[in-house]
Ligand binder design. Structure first.
Ligand code: FAD
Ligand code: FES
Length: 501
């Protein structure tokens, strides 16, 4: 195994205190139950409580330790390259609503930070999408044209403060960056009290809608008029969101850099292999965050290579002092590039979801919280129709067909993996699929030689999990569920653990 640099934890989590909200201990009833405490759920909870509703935020792990605690935390409407595509595939009017709603989300965050004086390293920054070579330059030029048509603050530039030459970039002014967890920890503190609650370590297993909604957890039942499911990918399968999105995993390192050597602004590249770049102040000065290496969950086993690649790229491009952090996370990419926000199914009256933020959830999660709060409060939100979660969806888009075919291939093909291998074949520090008494087993041998054996069959819809060496986890290539080597859930859509052997 290669020697990887940096502490294996998200900087955002490492630099903030752990929360300790109690788990649910009694059945109770509120106006709105919110399942999942990331940026989407916490934004919705904040707005609903402000409007006088009682809310219960229910989190299976700890507040903001999911994707929102592992993000790059750029708050921008410049989503790499999107506007030319949106205009082409959805029309100019819808593209404009997408642009305006994301710009509104930036301003919502800015206003909240200013009004509540949130100490979360919020700063206004320019955002750039750059092409290093002439090859991708025309895409940048088209994006500038599309963005200007939609009234976005775009310009074409050839010079940036990056330490390496580029062919050209699109620049958006007056965007922002922040410390996502400091922001969310501030907001969540204001939820408990006056009939509202926050529960941690409380896993929601089922959401049912009758006269009242019933949220069944592993600790008791919560009744509510309305339920919002913001678990990154809904744990409620009825809306089939796992088949309208695909899970993309990506990697980040945090490197110490002197202020003089650091770029100003927030950057993302283009092309097959691209990197995301920003800095953040920390207690010792400045960290340069570099992200990249994205792939569909469960399709790369040797993920340590991804960290090595990020390290090599960063050392070759920037004058850094050390690599202090490394972490990874995943988000769900919507096949039509637009998130799904609204009712769970066309028949739902009181169950809402938000997903498919396509790695841009700092704004898209914020705008989801705004739209969902408005829906429950009976306020017409101008962006609600665009994001409608029950809209006719492009199962038939080339991207959708390909990803769903891949799922079918995994469902069948992965069943043959590990045939003929047994526990003795698993080396120290390694995870392998093996066969024990005819059962497909996912086995990991830890550094002490002990075997951790769990069923290899994902309890979501029965695909076979794959080893992820960098995180020592079992990842499902079908819809992105992830499990620890002891079978505990790390990421949905599953609500069931891998069976222990
Ligand atoms: C590498 C990477 C970099 C990114 N960088 C950026 C960026 O710079 N800018 C940007 O805009 N976006 C970025 N994103 C995207 C953004 O971080 C996400 O879209 C956003 O954080 C998702 O928020 P969420 O609320 O949907 O999910 P989460 O933050 O994951 O919240 C969902 C919560 O639900 C909980 N949960 C799950 N199941 C249950 C259950 N059964 N019961 C109760 N609770 C449950 C989870 O524990 C979790 O805390 C990035 C994404 C990745 C992968
Ligand atoms: S996540 Fe759906 S089958 Fe595993």
């Amino acid at each position: 195994m290669p020697n990887l640099s940096g502490k294996h934890i998200s900087y955002w989590i490492d630099s903030t205190p752990t929360t300790n909200f109690s788990p649910l201990s009694n059945n109770l009833s509120v106006d709105v139950a919110i399942v999942g405490a990331g940026i989407a759920g916490i934004t919705a909870a904040t707005l609903l409580k402000r409007a006088g509703k009682t809310v219960a935020v229910i989190e299976s792990q700890q507040i903001s330790t999911g994707v929102s605690g592992h993000t790059t935390a750029k708050v921008t409407s410049l989503h790499q390259l999107i506007y030319a595509d949106l205009i082409k595939n959805h029309g100019e009017e819808k593209a404009r609503i997408y642009a305006q709603s994301n710009q509104a989300a930036i301003e919502f965050v800015a206003k909240t930070v200013a009004e509540e004086q949130i100490d979360c390293d919020f700063s206004r920054q320019s955002a750039y999408t750059f092409a290093e070579t002439q090859e991708n330059l025309s895409d940048i030029e088209k994006e500038v044209e599309a963005a200007l048509k939609l009234g976005l603050p775009a310009t074409f530039v050839r010079q940036t403060s990056l330490t390496f030459p580029i062919a050209g970039a699109i620049k958006f002014d007056n965007q922002a960056q922040f410390h996502s967890r400091k922001y969310l920890l501030h907001l969540i503190k204001q939820i408990p009290g006056n009939g509202s609650y926050v529960f941690e370590n409380t896993k929601v297993e089922k959401v049912e809608e009758n006269n009242l909604c019933q949220v069944t957890t592993n600790r008791g039942i919560i009744q509510a008029q309305d339920v919002i499911v913001t678990t990154n990918i809904p744990i409620t399968d009825e809306g089939l969101f796992f088949a309208k999105t695909y899970p993309k995993r990506s990697y980040i390192i945090g490197a110490r850099i002197a202020e003089d050597n650091a770029p100003q602004g927030m950057y993302i590249g283009t092309g097959e292999k691209y990197y995301s770049i920003r800095t953040t102040p920390d207690k010792d000065g400045l960290l340069l965050l570099v992200g990249g290496g994205g792939h569909k969950v469960g399709t790369v086993e040797n993920t340590e290579e991804k960290y090595l690649d990020l390290e090599n790229y960063t050392r070759s491009r920037f004058d850094i002092e050390s690599i202090d952090y490394r972490w990874s996370t995943q988000d769900f990419v919507s096949f039509d590039k637009v998130p799904y926000v609204g009712k769970l199914t066309p028949l739902s009256k009181h169950t809402f979801v938000a997903t498919g933020f396509s790695l841009w959830g700092m704004t898209q999660g914020t705008l989801s919280g705004m739209i969902l709060a408005d829906s429950i409060l009976g306020i017409k939100n101008p962006a609600a129709d665009l994001y409608d979660a029950t809209r006719a969806t492009p199962f038939a888009s080339p991207e959708g067909i390909k990803k769903n075919l891949e799922v079918g291939t995994h469902w069948i093909g992965d069943r043959l993996k590990g045939l003929g291998k047994s526990l003795v074949d698993v080396a120290v520090g390694e995870g392998q699929l093996v066969t024990v008494d005819g059962d497909k087993v996912a086995a990991y041998r830890d550094e002490t030689g002990e075997i951790h054996a769990v069923s290899a069959v994902c309890p979501h819809l029965g695909c076979v999990v794959a080893w992820n060496s960098g995180e020592k986890s079992w990842d499902c290539p079908c819809h992105g569920s992830r499990f620890s080597c002891n079978g505990e859930i790390l990421h949905g859509p599953t609500v069931k653990e891998l069976k222990k052997f």
